[in-house]
Design a protein around this ligand. Structure first.
Ligand SMILES: [Zn+2]
Length: 442
């Protein structure tokens, strides 16, 4: 264990983290060691006493949370939560303690398009460079309070997300728990990059078509470590550059059937009514983006129990990369359309997952999606906070997290202020714990 922590500490040191964060790396129920100190016994339990607790559903003042090893063992009014002898006491005055946030749509292998275009990232950046960046992205995500991320495609970086997940799980690099989609599936010809018609260049996802091709590709991705399958049900490959459906209904049905028979769900990128409709009928679990959704399509989603991950932050970011001066210029047509479709989705009672398509914008800036949902789209901070915790956990089948309750993983975040009233509090991250390990503390 000492070696484990020595390695971790020296890694953190090389990344140039502040002394406070380095000093804060502690594990409950294990040994804290550093180069300077010999190993000494650490408490096996920690009692956290914040001003209030958000348990994934509601906020409770004066509650406390007991963590033992990597699990939560008690939650409730402070007077009723008693710590075992020798437990560490951590008072968190003025802070709200909440479940670790769950990012619903990330691309750890991408970085913002205003730094490098998507085409150039896919075609010109080496796998080593992309993975090295991704390790830094994973750390920023975790320190921003996101202890889980559903990573929806490596965009040309093969199965690098599987190795990244292993490195995090083995404690080699700090990062969130990952659900990975690996390469994602696209219909031949529909995706990019596209250069000269004379050159077949590496694509940002795996092309697969027809019965044999689709079954093989889905099984290959699962065999190499995909936790879920991502499919592009439409893309901008219309003759006029518009988004158009890609896979046929039969192909989408087959993707879902092949994944489901091996215990995996399917998520679909879709923004056209027809692409969304086919994906919903095929039985996908979430629709990503959904910008062109109509009241009829959202009614179908609601009826079939398909959730929408609206990724409003990605559209907001790309519109600004294209020159939109937000706050000065009127909203571009695409943003206006997004407001119309989001209103229709909410009216239809569609379940909303919280995910921003982070990678299009900077990793660690994940809270941007939640801020926009509140400030631009009129959702309440409480609703958005539920989406990012218990809501995403339910939609992603993660029964061991997203709420604060005995027996669940000790994935906790503390923020200054009250995030159920003011979304800005989510930028005031003071403590991050994952599996009982503190990565950030006051
Ligand atoms: Zn995406």
């Amino acid at each position: 264990m000492k070696l484990f922590f020595s390695c971790r500490n020296s890694f953190i040191a090389r990344l140039g983290l502040s002394r406070g964060i380095r000093a804060g790396l502690l594990v409950v129920g294990s040994t804290f060691a550093s180069h300077a100190q010999p190993a000494s016994p650490a408490p096996t339990a920690m009692l956290l006493r914040p001003a209030a607790v958000f348990d994934g559903q509601d906020r409770h003042e004066g509650w406390a949370v007991l963590v033992e090893n990597n699990k939560i063992t008690a939650v409730g009014p402070a007077a009723q939560v008693t710590a075992p002898a020798g437990a560490r006491m951590l008072d968190l005055p003025g802070l709200t303690l909440l479940p670790g946030l769950i990012e619903g749509h990330s691309h750890l292998l991408l970085h913002p398009y205003n730094e490098t275009t998507w085409n150039d990232q896919v075609l010109l950046e080496s796998q080593a460079l992309r993975v090295a960046r991704a390790t830094a992205h994973a750390q920023r995500t975790l320190l921003a309070g996101f202890t889980t991320a559903r990573d929806l495609g490596t965009e040309g970086a093969g199965y690098a997300d599987v190795g990244l997940k292993q490195a995090i799980d083995q404690g080699i690099i700090p990062g969130p728990r990952l659900l990975v989609a690996t390469r994602a599936l696209v219909a031949t010809g529909s995706y990019g990059p596209k250069l000269s018609v004379d050159e077949d260049v590496p694509q940002g996802a795996q092309e697969a078509d027809g019965v044999d091709g689709i079954i093989r590709a889905v099984r290959e991705q699962m065999g190499k470590g995909a936790d879920l399958i991502k499919v592009y049900a439409d893309y901008r490959w219309g003759a006029d550059g518009s988004a158009q459906p890609t896979f046929s209904q039969d192909e989408l049905n087959l993707i879902v059937q092949t994944a489901r028979s091996a215990g995996r769900g399917v998520v679909a990128h879709a923004s056209t009514p027809e692409g969304m409709r086919r994906a919903i009928l095929a039985g996908v679990e979430t629709i990503e983006h959904g910008d062109g959704g109509t009241p009829e399509i959202f009614a179908l989603m609601q009826k079939r129990g398909v959730a929408l991950c609206p990724t409003v932050a990605a559209g907001d970011a790309t519109a600004q990369y294209k020159g939109w001066r937000k706050g000065t210029d009127p909203a571009p047509a695409r943003i206006q359309q997004k407001h119309v479709s989001m209103a229709a989705a909410v009216k239809a009672g569609v379940a909303l997952a919280m995910g921003g398509d982070v990678g299009v914008f900077a990793h660690g800036d994940n809270a941007r999606e939640m801020e926009l949902l509140v400030r631009d789209y009129g959702l309440s901070p409480l609703l958005v906070l539920r989406q990012a915790t218990s809501g995403n956990a339910r939609i992603f089948h993660l029964a061991d997290r997203g709420r604060l309750a005995p027996g669940l993983l000790a994935d906790l975040v503390a923020v200054a202020g009250d995030p159920t009233q003011d979304v800005a509090a989510l930028r005031q991250i003071r403590l991050v714990m994952k599996g009982g390990v503190l990565y950030r503390q006051p």
